[in-house]
Design a binder for this molecule. Sequence first.
Ligand code: KG4
Ligand code: ZN
Length: 338
Amino acid sequence: MNILALETSCDDTSIALIHGEDETITLTSQVHASQIDLHAVYGGIVPEIAARAHTEVIPLLLKQIYDPHNPPDAIAVTSGPGLITSLIVGVETAKTIAAIQHIPLVRVNHIEGHIYANWIHARSAITFPALALIVSGGHTELLFMKHHLEYQKIGATVDDAAGEAFDKVGKLLGLAYPGGPKISKLAEMGDPRAIQLPRPMIDSNDFQFSFSGLKTAARYYIEKHKELLDEKNVRERADFCAGFETAIIDVLAHKTYKAVLAYQPKTILLGGGVAANKKLRERFTSIIQEKTESTIILPEINLCMDNAAMIGSAGYFKARANQFSIWNEVVADPNWEL
Ligand code: KG4
Ligand code: ZN
């Protein structure tokens, strides 16, 4: 089955063609336009600028990748959660193509897309039950899946998402948005034990997360150690970043490990932009391999950040399960919860 997929939930415009066969997803082609430079000066995403940029670029990207004479079996589009002004561009474009060309339409939840990134070129078979940790700029969620497309949310952040904490602390250090990849790059040269930051809720008796206290502790630490603001102090900045990154990874790894013990999944899946973090990937791989019977699957690094291929992957499984939507009933839903 061939799927055309569109993702415009935040600041990336992405269109992909994927091929699904049984449990295997192959990425046929993908085009992408990043808006990072447009938003960098504001230190975060400006919804109106994001919407305009999606609108300008989407016909150009479609023209590059899509041949209307060779239509796909279905179109998959992210219809939530995300910025309403951004979502609407992808949703209305997908509806237009679906309506004019009589192609079935599937609406995909963005978090569902991050989960299904794991199926694209997966190195081993993904078996259920599965436990997924989704860590992105907007979400930190632990989801238990007994079967395809069935989600039981067992934990989530009560305040900031993990990626949001990376980005906000990055901003305090004068790093351009998104701060996550820059902090992790600096952390490579640092000593993770040089400074101690809190690990909020690490021992709480549930699977909830909290990163706002860590962010505040990081802010106080930076205010007290002004030398961290000077780029010349590479050693100090690297140590700080390594300490901060390790605090986040400790919490994510510990909570996920506890959930693995409680739910005994056959497979652990990781997803979302923060899943591109090398240290996080290494920690998860070692804990799961050494301490549990489960198998760990990681999405390819370039499929962790927002992309349309992951939406196509989820769209394939939904189309296979006949979960289509009538095109004129599909609306962008910024608060769509799985
Ligand atoms: O999934 P994504 O592209 O967008 C959302 O759905 O939010 O995730 C973006 C987030 C940003 O917060 C970014 O800083 C973070 O992923 N991120 C990282 C890394 N790469 C991206 N955080 C830590 N380490 C990384 N290597
Ligand atoms: Zn995302």
